[in-house]
Design a protein around this ligand. Structure first.
Ligand code: AMP
Ligand code: MG
Length: 425
């Protein structure tokens, strides 16, 4: 068992010990937000045939070679076609077929001219300029060539990819199965929010927060409930989780108190401890164990510590289980927009929010940083990484952080007009 290791070592040790869960096929609309379990190769081209980019006439470009504004060329209209239909006639020299946007290029034609550029008289059109082959033709395969890889294994299915898959006639998408994450909270003091509060007891917040985080990640949370601070009961609950889930996560009972039974319970369930304690604050007493290639991660009971370590250690595991290629949080460099006056003998993660001001990425603390302070997790999308041995961190200092939440609202601009002006008539 390793002791007091660096976060990166902990992340890599755990990531190396798991492989993605199973694969399945899901309907197109359910695929958005999932991860591809295989590369997608185009079985047809998009568009699957060359077609008209506009409403106009299909013709042979060389027929218009002599056309000038003072000496128009005349072509005879022999048919009319539109998107969804194939022209029956062949365009031969001196003839043309009227088309609407999206109509397949008629046989024999190699260019289109738009309605506005011709003058029609009966079944004759006059053309006043020369065209080149392929003018106004959207060529077959212009978007995607048959055989092209349009998305790689491990990529996230986004709405544009859903559109492309649909465009290729794919209605069932190969994705990784959802990871099942069993979560339990240990503590004799815990009550479910549905129960009446009792003296000395507190509501179990972590279980719900972590399950919600799992759902947000597209994983399937399994509720293992509250477990009393007893080895036996904890062992039984871990074993139940291992039967049903890909990873078991617990909160509480990982420190050195008399009732901190998690390590013993993991061993009791037949697991081998990989490490105990990660050199970071909050949440240092993380314990990780493995049984039959399944991981059990015990997090600190302090609610904010549990969430921070869940984001930094467990979410990468969920991402790996679900096939995501780069599961570790992205890093960001920014300007600290606060004063944090405590020294940090240990490496410390501060809950902050990214705000872009005049093109500068500012990292502003979201509130008090105590182990149990959940309020500052709200709005937190970056964990600022303060190295061990640092003094106070002051405003304007350059800092780095790990992105753990949605940062899109950092770039959100206030609308130019917040109120619409209604003029009376
Ligand atoms: P522990 O890690 O079990 O020593 O718990 C540390 C602190 O977090 C104690 O004050 C606990 O009461 C509190 N705590 C533990 N688990 C939870 C939980 N699931 N929800 C809210 N607070 C908790
Ligand atoms: Mg406890």
């Amino acid at each position: 068992m390793k002791n007091n290791i660096q976060l990166e070592e902990a992340q890599n040790l755990l990531l190396d010990s798991i492989t993605p869960v199973g694969k399945c096929l899901v309907a197109l609309l359910e695929a958005s937000g999932r991860v591809l379990s295989q590369a997608i190769k185009a079985s047809t081209s998009i568009p699957p045939f060359s077609k008209s980019a506009l409403d106009g006439y299909a013709l042979i470009a060389s027929d218009t070679r002599q056309a000038e504004s003072s000496a128009p060329v005349q072509l005879r209209v022999i048919e009319e076609t539109r998107a969804g239909f194939v022209a029956k006639e062949k365009v031969v020299s001196g003839t043309t077929i009227k088309v609407m946007t999206g109509a397949p290029i008629p046989c024999g034609a190699n260019a289109f001219i738009k309605y506005e550029d011709v003058i029609r008289n009966g079944d004759l059109i006059s053309i006043f300029r020369a065209l080149k082959a392929q003018d106004n033709v959207i060529m077959m395969g212009d978007d995607i060539e048959r055989g092209e890889v349009i998305a790689h294994k491990g990529s996230l299915v986004t709405p544009p990819l859903v559109a492309l898959l649909a465009g290729l006639g794919i209605s069932q998408v190969p994705v990784y199965a959802k990871a099942k994450i069993a979560i339990m909270s240990t503590g004799d003091e815990l009550l479910d929010p549905s129960e009446e509060l009792q003296p000395g007891k507190i509501y179990n917040s972590s279980l719900y927060g972590l399950m919600a985080r799992c759902s947000e990640m597209g994983a399937q949370p399994l509720d293992l409930g509250i477990v009393p601070d007893e080895i036996e009961a904890t062992t039984v609950r871990i074993s139940r989780g291992l039967e049903k889930a890909d990873i078991v996560v617990s909160t509480g009972g990982v420190s050195v108190g008399d009732y901190d039974v998690m390590k013993d319970a993991m061993v009791g369930a037949g697991a081998e401890i990989i490490f105990w304690k990660v050199a970071m604050k909050p949440g240092s007493p993380v314990v990780a164990a493995v049984k039959d290639k399944k991981l059990i991660i015990g997090l600190s009971g302090n609610p904010a510590a549990a969430m921070v370590t869940f984001d930094l250690i467990v979410i990468p595991l969920i991402k790996r289980l679900m096939g995501i290629n780069n599961p570790l949080p992205d890093k960001i460099q920014g300007v600290f927009a606060d004063n944090f006056l405590k020294a940090s003998s240990q490496r410390r993660f501060l809950r902050a929010k990214l705000e872009r001001k005049d093109g500068v990425d500012c990292l502003k603390l979201t509130g008090a940083q105590g182990n149990g302070v959940l309020m500052s997790m709200i709005g937190c999308n970056v964990l600022v990484d303060i190295p061990a041995g640092s003094g106070p961190v002051i405003s304007g200092q350059s800092v780095s952080g790990h992105i753990v939440g949605n940062i899109t609202d950092a770039f959100h601009k206030e609308p130019a007009f917040t109120q619409s002006v209604v003029s009376s008539i």
